[in-house]
Design a binder for this molecule. Structure first.
Ligand code: IFM
Length: 466
């Protein structure tokens, strides 16, 4: 196997609500995920992020683990309600101090921080004021971006505005399987626009706050959508879902316009009049890299007359996240399944990297999330063997390598996730970590995949199989 580029970033990723815990400490106030997870019936088993993996208290141990695993970079998110509890006004110093200490420890160990500003934990007060469907939330985000940028810009070089805005908009406001759990199609589209605007305003604010070496990106869970057949109906279903999953964000962010077909498809739901003059120029603010989060492809078809549309794998809800495309049917793609019942298909990652290589030549790409959940359990000796995850990582890293050979400028790979953690509506039932967490004791045990990944990171190449 040939080597990856010598400056390739080998990382792992997490998000604040999924790992930090300490939900009520040091001035933190509830986010929409605190409210949602404490609402009976919203999260499997009634799990919450109150304690999570207790990273807020164990961060030194976690950084030591990263160092032991030879990681070159760590992607984490800042909890907005920890640094700006009401979503307005001055920052809470204790909140900023936590992230400053974390970053300093990372840097001391030679691990580059990649800081995500928003990984879904909107301060509850902002949701009470209307949430992402309201324009003001985008201005609040820009203010928060400036606060964090000014506080940490001297030591953090790589910044991400939003993680997977699709989930925030469409799972949060259309299907309601994510916080805040609203099921209002028009609100989902308004939220999508205001998330786009937040990205643009946030990028502007960061550009002002950061020193010139600061780099700004956004992470999209751009979808790989494949038609079940080449029939006109199935190809049209693919187009609709691609518009709603990917182009609703990537077109304004990268090209400064909304896709005309999306506007047509959703005309019965909204008139898009909340897109104000000048918004698209703000949203198109230049970025230094595009983060791609990829797990599995999607296969769609048109629904036959009288047939009930089959739903996708984004949680159980009678409300579709695919507003304006509710008739599209979703099918299980081929391939082995992870415990999320997501099929394993690394060709999708190659396809996505090549898509954006063609669409925005010259824009560096990061695989900002990729990984798999399996039902890992320690054996009698306490070791956790996860050969399926190693196979998943190997095949997806090989796809990245193929994309690089085909001309994609991929600068790094971030395994999701460093630790087992709170998997949103699935609570703690899904384990994505390279490191096993015993939630009763908070003991961390690197799985075999963590050791394997450490070897990859150290050598900069995939080891021989077997
Ligand atoms: O756990 C999530 C993460 O928060 C966002 N991307 C997908 C992961 C797995 O579902």
């Amino acid at each position: 196997m040939t080597a990856f580029p010598s400056d390739f970033l080998w990382g792992a990723a997490t998000a604040a609500y999924q790992i930090e815990g300490a939900a009520q400490e040091d001035g933190r106030t509830p986010s929409i995920w605190d409210t949602f997870s404490h609402t009976p019936g919203k999260v499997l088993g009634g799990d919450t992020g109150d304690v999570a993996t207790d990273h807020y208290h164990r961060w030194r141990e976690d950084v030591a683990l990263m160092s032991e695993l030879g990681l070159g970079s760590y992607r984490f998110s800042v909890s907005w309600p920890r640094v700006q509890p009401t979503g307005r006004g001055p920052a809470v110093q204790r909140g900023l101090d936590f992230y400053r200490a974390l970053v300093d420890e990372l840097l001391a160990k030679g691990i580059q921080p990649l800081l995500t500003l928003y990984h879904w934990d909107l301060p509850q007060e902002l949701e009470t004021a209307g949430g992402w469907p309201e324009r003001d939330t985008a201005y609040r985000f820009a203010e928060y971006a400036a606060l964090v940028g000014e506080a940490l810009g001297d030591r953090v070089e790589m910044w991400t505005t939003l993680n997977e805005p699709w989930c925030s908009a469409f799972l949060g406001y259309a299907s309601g399987v994510h916080a805040p759990g609203r099921t209002e199609p028009e609100s989902a589209l308004r939220a999508a626009h205001h998330l786009n605007l937040a990205h643009g305003l946030g990028a502007q604010a960061l550009r002002t706050a950061l020193p010139p070496r600061g780099k700004i990106s956004v992470s999209l869970n751009a979808a790989v959508v494949r038609p079940l057949t080449e029939s006109a109906g199935d190809v049209d279903a693919q187009r609709r879902i691609d518009a709603l999953a990917t182009r609703v964000f990537s077109d304004p962010m990268l090209h400064g316009s909304y896709p005309a077909d999306l506007l047509d498809d959703t005309a019965g739901i909204t008139d898009w009049s909340y897109v104000q003059d000048g918004d698209l120029a703000v949203i198109k603010h230049p970025i230094d890299a595009l983060g791609i989060n990829y797990y599995t492809p999607t296969v769609v078809s048109a629904t036959a007359e009288g047939e009930a549309p089959r739903r996708d794998g984004h949680g159980a809800s009678e409300h579709s996240p695919w507003v304006g495309a509710e008739n599209v049917a979703f099918h299980q793609p081929p391939g082995d399944l992870t415990s999320m019942e997501w099929s394993v298909d690394p060709s999708g990652l190659h396809d996505l990297l090549m898509r954006f290589t063609r669409e925005v030549p010259g824009l560096p790409l990061l695989v900002s999330e990729n990984g798999a959940a399996y039902q890992d359990e320690p054996d009698a000796d306490g070791a956790v063997h996860d050969p399926e995850r190693i196979a998943y990582l190997r095949s997806h890293l090989a796809a990245v390598q193929r994309a690089i050979a085909d001309g994609a400028d991929v600068r790094g790979y971030f395994l999701w996730s460093l630790l087992d953690n709170f998997e949103w509506a699935y609570g703690y039932s899904k384990r994505f970590g390279a490191v096993y967490v015993d939630y009763a004791t908070q003991k961390r045990t690197p799985k075999s995949s963590a050791r394997w990944y450490a070897e990859v990171a150290r050598g900069g190449r995939l080891p021989a199989e077997g």
